[in-house]
Ligand binder design. Sequence first.
Ligand code: C2E
Ligand code: MG
Ligand code: MG
Ligand code: MG
Length: 296
Amino acid sequence: SAKAAGKRQWCHYQPALQAGLVERHELNENLDTAIAESAFKLYYQPIVDLASGALVAFEALVRWPHDRRGMVLPDEFIALAEESGQIVPLGAWVLERAAQEAAAWHRLSAEPRLARGLPPLRVNVNVSARQFRDAGFVDVVRGAVRTSGITPDVLVLELTESVLMRRDERVHTDMRTLSELGVGIAIDDFGTGYSSLSYLREFPISILKIDKSFIDGLGLSQQQYALVEGITRIADTLGVQVIAEGIENTEQRDLLAAMGCPLGQGYLFAHPLTPDQARRLITDHSPITTPAPHRT
Ligand code: C2E
Ligand code: MG
Ligand code: MG
Ligand code: MG
């Protein structure tokens, strides 16, 4: 990326680079300790049905409370953890914690949701390429499902295109195993990579998450609108559910609902919530926002 290329151009004696390396080293050591002590926190961001405003799922998003740095966001440590391989134990912890939290939601919400004919709340978990490639990954998923007691269809694994681009046999086999197990598979940040719609045919994908960069331009550009509408139509035809990411205003929400995009996520509805806040949202039983106007 341009950012990485820019970094490589720093000359050797730049104090900033020096500080960067020290920080990196320190962060890596801290990360080891944090993994050993399970010192991470999961936040949960609601995913809602755009037509009704009903809560259908939460995406688990990891945070790292750090003594001096405050709450460190994943963009600052996931890449590091991928490079070092630390993402494997960290990712396993995330999967297990998220599955257990989902089981707790079901204990809170089972009766009212069932009474209204609603399926159990799902939990979406981000999985990095390095983590997916690890030989133990499928067993970690199986273990998280079994230990928590959730049904496999409650769990959705969010993969980026970097996983699907490697068309080796292992990726296909593991995808098939996971899909037969019954867990959902989502493509995250769709539109930022090669965005090949052939992934939908080649892999057992159940959900497509359209990247925020497309949603940003919805009300501003006819082309952007047409693109999102087209992707939504094709996905729908193939039986793939669409989640629009990064919805920040009602105009975007209304345009998406009008084109038939079923699900959305973004600051308009809620920021990532603490586990307590998420549980309170479940026990409130009310839609997150007023529903979008009816489809025309
Ligand atoms: P992502 O999976 O695409 O998650 C969505 C990110 O967008 C989250 O940032 C979320 O807080 C943010 N977001 C949601 N709605 C809005 C909005 O309306 N406006 C804006 N500006 N942002 C919004 P977050 O939590 O900082 O996570 C960043 C990325 O870190 C995630 O992107 C994901 O790729 C990665 N990540 C997070 N948790 C994990 C994890 O447990 N494992 C792995 N491997 N990656 C993770
Ligand atoms: Mg995600
Ligand atoms: Mg995303
Ligand atoms: Mg992202």
